[in-house]
Ligand binder design. Structure first.
Ligand code: DGT
Ligand code: CA
Ligand code: CA
Ligand code: ZN
Length: 575
């Protein structure tokens, strides 16, 4: 049993204890133990074996005993009793904003409410307000909370589901009898948002895999279950689909369940042209339907006369034609990036000190890192004025004097509502990297937005336009700014456009990044990190670029430092 599984179970126990109305200290003790086990860097099983579990802070005798039972037998009688004792609908109610264990229990005990539907009905009938300590306002909040729960975004950002998917995939891969476990669907294709997470497992015996998947502690509800497939609702509100196949069926199944559906349809057409039948079970030569052996996706593509097509390209956006013509693009890879040109530090609204950012960049194999804190008009972000910017340069110079990763002097200068930039040209001229972006007035009309951005693109010191559309996934649509026009002027002025890797931005999108690259615009892939760990968001930006058919030659931050600086100088000198 993995550490995080133990942690999940302790958290579930805490939830159930609260719902069962037990002494609150008990629930708190389980949560405390969960927190410290989460931070443990050794397998819990080892501590159990050597009898040192109680040395972990927050793990007392009772909890240690339960963990030992869980780890050695894979089961916990106490948890099963609790689960049986608390109606499942009560746990569901906790998902409603504003409903905690105390209220859920009260509704159940006083009004026999044991589901969200029953709660909604009671709130509409104004029966909740009869309860002690519950007023009309709480009733209204609950109705609004249920409404919000129903409206939660149908698609979830890739950056939210991918780490979860990767963790579950690894757990599936570690189950006895499992030969292979992989992500499929839109998550494998790295779409910016994912409708549901798809897992594919190769095993002779599906039963243990199904048992594990339908009892995931992060699972809220089993939506459907068969012998070889299941759908589970994740606590985070999205669906997860599992399919178990026999090892020899893995390759065709993986190809099929990776999709996209449109890509699959094209492949099936190609197969027919060649006298084959292609489906999730394999490739078959007609008319006898003799199976064509295929151990990998590459084997299947080869049988269809095609080179391997990367999952990020499988959208029927021209990849089949390109593959047939031997003209598939060579896609950028993360290791080709030599630095990140947009990160924030403690000097504005980031949390990291410059020296920690420098160390983190070194750990990621980077050659340079551009510190681009906000400019002063962004008051909420503690934006820098000229004086503080100069003070920051001194710290950067001192760190650079020690060698290693080169910190570049940069800024994320705000494009003000009237189109001016938030810092004077003389100051911008002194910086290594100037990133410009719109943070306010995103609701303006297209023409007004265009005039602001046009000024920035024409400014000889502006190197990069950051997060050009301003969208925030699930929160804010792209602004009315005409990106085609932006791409044309970026090409004309030699301004780079950013692919912002932050999970709720991914802005430019895959399609727009592709348009930009085709128009000859230089791209940069940045994280916009506000904390050290966020430097790893670069993965999502790289995925977006790959989905945009982009290779290293289109991306400025694949250049070595001296070439990068020379390239950034060129725009200023064109004047
Ligand atoms: P999503 O979940 O909306 O983000 O997108 P996908 O692509 O993950 O779609 P999903 O989960 O419905 O199905 C996973 C893959 O299974 C899909 O990419 C292709 C394959 N698939 C599903 N339904 C069909 C179908 O009716 N025809 C074909 N050819 N393939 C399908
Ligand atoms: Ca899916
Ligand atoms: Ca699915
Ligand atoms: Zn930023």
């Amino acid at each position: 049993m993995k550490n995080y599984e133990v942690v999940w179970i302790l958290e579930e126990i805490a939830d159930l204890l609260e719902l069962a109305g037990e002494n609150p200290f008990k629930a708190r003790a389980y949560r405390r133990a969960a927190r410290s086990l989460e931070a443990l860097d050794r397998p819990i099983g080892e501590l159990v074996a050597e009898g040192s579990l109680r040395e972990v802070p927050g793990v007392g005798e009772a909890i240690a005993g339960k963990i030992a039972e869980l780890v050695t037998t894979g089961r916990l009688a106490y948890l099963e009793r609790l689960r049986a004792q608390v109606p499942p609908g009560l746990k569901e109610m906790l998902a409603i904003p504003g409903v905690g264990p105390r209220l859920a229990r009260l509704f159940y005990e006083e009004l026999k409410i044991d589901s969200i539907a029953a709660l909604e009905e009671a709130a509409r009938a104004q029966r909740l307000r009869e309860l002690r300590g519950v007023g009309a306002k709480v009733e209204l909040n609950i109705l609004q909370g249920i409404q919000r729960l129903r409206e939660r975004p149908a698609r979830v950002p890739l950056g939210v589901v991918l780490p979860i998917g990767e963790e579950i995939r690894a757990a599936l891969a570690g189950l006895p009898g499992v030969r292979r476990a992989e992500l499929a669907g839109s998550a494998r294709r790295r779409r910016d948002t994912v409708g549901d997470l798809d897992f594919l497992v190769a095993a002779e015996d599906a039963a243990p895999v199904m048992a594990f998947f339908t009892r995931l502690p992060v699972g809220d509800e089993v939506l459907a279950q068969g012998e070889k497939k299941a759908s589970v609702l994740h606590r985070g509100g999205f669906q997860m689909d599992l399919r178990v196949v026999r090892p020899e069926e893995f390759a065709p199944a993986w190809l099929y369940f990776t999709g996209s559906k449109e890509h699959n349809i094209r492949l099936r057409g190609l197969a027919q042209e060649k006298g084959y039948k292609l489906n999730e079970y394999g490739l078959f030569a007609l008319p006898e339907e003799k199976p064509v052996p295929a151990e990998s996706e590459a084997d299947l593509y080869r049988a269809l006369g095609l080179p391997f097509i990367e999952p990020e390209l499988r959208e029927d956006r021209g990849e089949i034609e390109a593959a047939r013509a031997g003209a598939l693009p060579v896609l950028i890879e993360r290791r080709e990036l030599r630095g990140d040109l947009h990160v924030h530090s403690r000097w504005s609204d980031g949390t990291a000190a410059l020296k920690d950012l420098k160390a983190a960049a070194a750990a990621r194999g980077y050659e340079y890192l551009a510190i681009c804190d906000h400019s002063k008009s962004l008051g909420i972000a503690r934006g820098l004025d000229v004086q503080r910017l100069r003070a920051q340069w001194e710290e950067i110079d001192a760190l650079n004097a020690r060698g290693g990763v080169r910190l570049l002097k940069g800024v994320e200068v705000d494009i003000l509502a009237d189109g001016r930039l938030d810092l004077p040209d003389e100051v911008l001229a002194e910086l290594d990297v100037v990133v410009a972006s719109v943070h306010t007035g995103l609701k303006q009309e297209a023409e007004q937005l265009w005039r602001r951005v046009e000024g920035a693109l024409r400014n000889p010191h502006v190197d990069i336009l950051a997060h050009p559309s301003g969208r925030l996934l699930g929160q804010r649509e792209a602004s009315a700014l005409d990106l085609e026009r932006v791409i044309a002027l970026a090409a004309e002025t030699g301004t780079a456009l950013e692919i912002n890797s932050f999970p709720d931005r991914l802005d430019l999108t895959d399609l727009m990044a592709r348009r930009a690259a085709e128009a000859g615009v230089a791209l940069v892939i940045n994280t916009d990190a506000h904390a050290v760990d966020q430097l790893d968001y670069i993965e999502y930006g790289v995925a977006t670029a790959r989905r945009g058919w982009i290779g290293a030659r289109h991306v400025l931050n694949t250049l070595p430092l001296t070439e990068l600086l020379a390239r950034l100088e060129r725009k200023a000198q064109r004047r």
